[in-house]
Design a binder for this molecule. Structure first.
Ligand code: ZN
Ligand code: ZN
Ligand code: ZN
Length: 143
């Protein structure tokens, strides 16, 4: 998990100034062990919606955060080291989110682009289900 200095360094390398408000948002994000919503960060950092959303979007673009669309439509974020575009396995029982290593639908995207003439700019794909420990509660696995 990246440290505050590493994230600030990544932002500054791209020409973004780390303002006190933005630093408060980063600290709030770093204090979250698992995933979080933008609203939680707003409460924790006492920062405005625009600052939080801009910072979150920037961290997503830098590959430091990934966004996860939960089954109920809520959007969660997770902090990671630099990571390429990828997808998630989401357990609908315990809420565990697993990062998949890479995108498995690159071929489909290319096919779609050539079939429709679209210049495809992005896609989301999450898989929902029950993780191993939720499927087999008697056979152990930590919850
Ligand atoms: Zn589970
Ligand atoms: Zn992820
Ligand atoms: Zn993908």
């Amino acid at each position: 998990m990246p440290a505050l200095e590493a994230i600030e360094g990544a932002l500054e390398a791209r020409g973004y100034r780390v303002t006190p408000a933005r630093r408060a948002v980063l600290q709030a994000i770093l204090s979250r062990p698992e995933h979080f919503t933008a609203e939680e960060v707003m409460r924790r950092a006492r920062a405005g919606r625009a600052t939080v959303f801009r910072t979150v979007r920037l961290l997503c673009e830098l590959g430091l955060l990934c966004r996860v669309l939960l089954e109920d439509g809520r959007l969660h974020y997770r902090l990671l080291g630099p990571r390429r575009h990828h997808h998630h396995l989401v357990c609908v029982e315990c809420g565990r989110v697993q990062d998949l290593e890479e995108c498995a639908v690159g071929g489909l995207v290319r096919e779609l682009a050539s079939a429709t003439g679209y210049e495809i700019q992005g896609h989301w794909l999450e898989f929902y289900g029950r993780c191993l420990s939720c499927r087999e509660p008697d056979q152990g696995g930590v919850r």
